[in-house]
Design a protein around this ligand. Structure first.
Ligand SMILES: [Ca+2]
Ligand SMILES: [Ca+2]
Length: 342
């Protein structure tokens, strides 16, 4: 006869066992132990599908906040009865009358926009940076006219805006010229140029360099009339159909075109038309001194691909009151070497 003290799994404290029942107790203990182990395993197995579900629940809660899509503040209307915005560049303003909040005044200029204006009124470029993740912003134009503010929604997102007020149509009143920058570097870059005129209680866009075909939503840039063709003898003839301008370039020293455009003897293998980018410069200037502003434009010109810059197309746009359109009145191609020296 002996006594032994054992600890049974799952029991607290000790039990005292006496005599031949020991082996029986061992078997019972083993059964209890196996049951507990199996029970424990079944709990562990049961936990496995639970844990990922909890993690998934967490990710569902996080996702909406991290994937919030920046919303453009659409104008509720384009006209507000309000005396002035009274805002300076860099100032943040709300215009609750038209549902615009947290706008930054990027540009401000003053000019005579209507014949009834006895003193200059203010024109603003307003930027919306509410959901800004870079330097770009949604843009709005705001014009103070006789105790009201008119708005124009560009419905776009750009890096920078330039604003000029000047008379481009000769009526003695200022038009609004806006140059927007979308990608200032990298090949030709990307720009959009606008001219607006205030007519009664509306802002009318009289020029947009980006022309969209409503039938298929395809787009193109305003055609300044430049074209180019390679000719035997390593020659490139660039001409302008609007003005009759023409210039012949010599590519005999341009090794990058050997074997692609020209063979070693200068004979054309394959011709490429030139590509003119958007207006990377769009600046009003009264080039003939008559008091009416023309617009001086520059376009990046390439041949084989966007990096193959051969020079700049310079054109002077003048507004024709009869056709109510801007027309190219002067054109010039500035070859790469000369353009690089300017
Ligand atoms: Ca004018
Ligand atoms: Ca002029």
């Amino acid at each position: 006869m002996y006594t032994e003290t054992i600890d049974l799994p799952g029991t607290k404290g000790t039990s005292t066992i006496i005599g031949d029942d020991y082996m029986k107790l061992i078997r019972i203990g083993a059964i209890v132990l196996i049951s507990l182990v199996l029970s424990s395993c079944s709990v562990d197995i049961g936990k496995d599908p639970v844990e990922p579900a909890v993690q998934q629940q967490d990710s569902v809660e996080i996702t909406p906040a991290t994937q919030e899509i920046p919303a453009h503040q659409n104008l509720l209307k384009t006209y507000a009865e309000r005396s002035v915005l009274d805002a300076n560049e860099g100032m943040t303003i709300d215009v609750p009358e038209v549902g615009l909040y947290g706008l930054v005044v990027r540009r401000k200029e003053k000019g005579y926009l209507t014949s009834s204006s006895s003193f200059p009124t203010a024109v603003y470029i307003l930027g919306d940076y509410r959901y800004d993740r870079s330097a770009c912003h949604d843009s709005y134009l705001a014009v103070e006219v006789e105790g009201k503010v008119l708005f124009f929604d560009f419905k776009n997102n750009c890096d920078d805006d330039l604003l000029y007020l000047c008379d481009v149509d000769g009526d003695g009143l200022d038009e609004i010229v806006v140059q927007q920058v979308f990608a200032p570097s990298g090949g030709a870059g990307s720009y959009e140029s606008h001219v607006f005129k205030v007519v009664d209680d509306d802002i009318c866009e009289i020029f947009d360099s980006l022309i969209v075909d409503p039938s298929d939503n395809s787009w193109s840039y305003f055609d300044t009339g430049f074209s180019g063709v390679q000719q035997d003898g390593f020659k490139e003839v660039i001409s302008n159909k609007m003005t009759g301008y023409e210039i012949t370039l010599d590519y005999s020293s341009e090794s990058r075109y050997r074997g692609r455009i020209f063979d070693d003897n200068g004979k054309v293998i394959e011709g490429f038309d030139i590509h003119c980018g958007s207006f990377y410069q769009f600046i009003p200037e009264d080039i003939d001194g008559d008091g009416i502003y023309e617009i001086v434009c520059l376009q990046y010109v390439s041949i084989t691909d966007e990096t193959d810059w051969i020079g700049d197309a310079k054109s002077i746009l003048k507004f024709n009151p009869d056709s109510q359109r801007f027309e190219v009145v002067q054109a010039e191609f500035i070859p790469r070497k000369q353009a690089a020296m300017d």
